[in-house]
Write a protein that binds this ligand. Structure first.
Ligand SMILES: O=P([O-])([O-])O[C@@H]1[C@@H](O)[C@H](O)[C@@H](O)[C@H](O)[C@@H]1O
Ligand SMILES: [Mg+2]
Ligand SMILES: [Mg+2]
Length: 259
């Protein structure tokens, strides 16, 4: 219904960072329904953070919610994903489960720590490809149009493409790009600039499907750092790291700037 109806587009951090009433309604729907069952649990929701709520993980069980991942697709009539997940603290081994729903394809991606990753109940496995020259790599350009940042993104894109790889792709949603890695459809996905709610659910789905997560400079992945390489294996991830022009956007858990 919303795909046909909701065309009132608002903006957040920039004129290309879009939000609709459906983003806000879906986030409230998820938070309210979880709260009814688990009144003491905490939430980090994309639209709640945009409205001034803190983006901090504590020791309490926390649900990280991206109500629509791929709002730009949605606004242009192709909603790709609704993603949400539960974590206990920020470290990957402490994530409990992740759920990504690709509504137009009717695909429900799920993972529970230590129990594997699934799409509509079928087990997922990353690609077995070890040769990056026989790989497809996914990435996105996010919503930062600062020419210096765009130059860095283009330099990384050029370097990765010229390895050479078979191709580059972008689904318009970080969550689905990561699920494509988990499904073995692409070998890797990298991006700088997305947020913890874009990655949370799908990072567990990737690791439970046998993939690896890494920072763009090669260290451990940090979901609050707004940088990620998700790959089918370490060889491919480390090769991509060599080609990325790194930069560091403000962290998701950085204290708000003083007025
Ligand atoms: O805003 P939204 O549609 O939930 O999420 C978007 C992502 O999934 C997209 O792939 C990424 O490039 C953007 O930076 C943004 O975070
Ligand atoms: Mg998102
Ligand atoms: Mg969103």
């Amino acid at each position: 219904e919303a795909l046909l109806d909701d065309r009132k587009v608002m903006t957040k951090s920039s004129s290309v960072d879009l939000v609709t009433q459906t983003d806000q309604k879906v986030e409230q729907l998820i938070i309210q329904s979880v709260k009814e069952k688990f009144p003491t649990h905490r939430f980090i929701g994309e639209e709640s953070v945009a409205a001034g709520e803190p983006c901090i993980l504590t020791d309490d069980p926390t649900w990280i919610v991206d109500p629509i991942d791929g709002t730009t697709n949605f606004v242009h009539a192709g909603c790709r994903a609704v993603t949400w997940y539960s974590a206990v603290r920020s470290l990957l081994p402490q994530m409990e489960f992740g759920v990504v729903f690709s509504c137009l394809e009717d695909k429900m991606f799920t993972a529970r720590r230590g129990s594997g990753a699934f799409c509509n109940g079928e087990p997922l496995q990353v690609s077995g490809q070890k040769d990056i020259q026989r790989s497809i790599i996914a990435t996105e350009f996010g919503s930062n149009r600062d020419p210096e940042v765009v130059d860095k993104m283009f330099s990384s894109l050029r370097n990765v493409l010229c390895i050479p790889v078979h191709g580059m792709r972008g689904a318009g949603t970080a969550a689905i790009n990561m699920c494509l890695v988990a499904s073995g459809c692409v070998e890797a996905y990298y991006e700088i600039g997305m947020h913890v709610w874009d990655l949370a659910a799908s990072s567990l789905i990737v690791s439970e499907a046998g993939g690896v997560l890494m920072d763009v400079e090669g260290g451990a992945a940090d979901l609050m750092s707004r940088r990620i390489v998700a790959a089918n294996n370490r060889t491919i991830a480390e090769r991509i790291v060599k080609e990325i022009h790194p930069f560091a956007p403000p962290r998701d858990d950085a204290p708000p700037l003083q007025q």
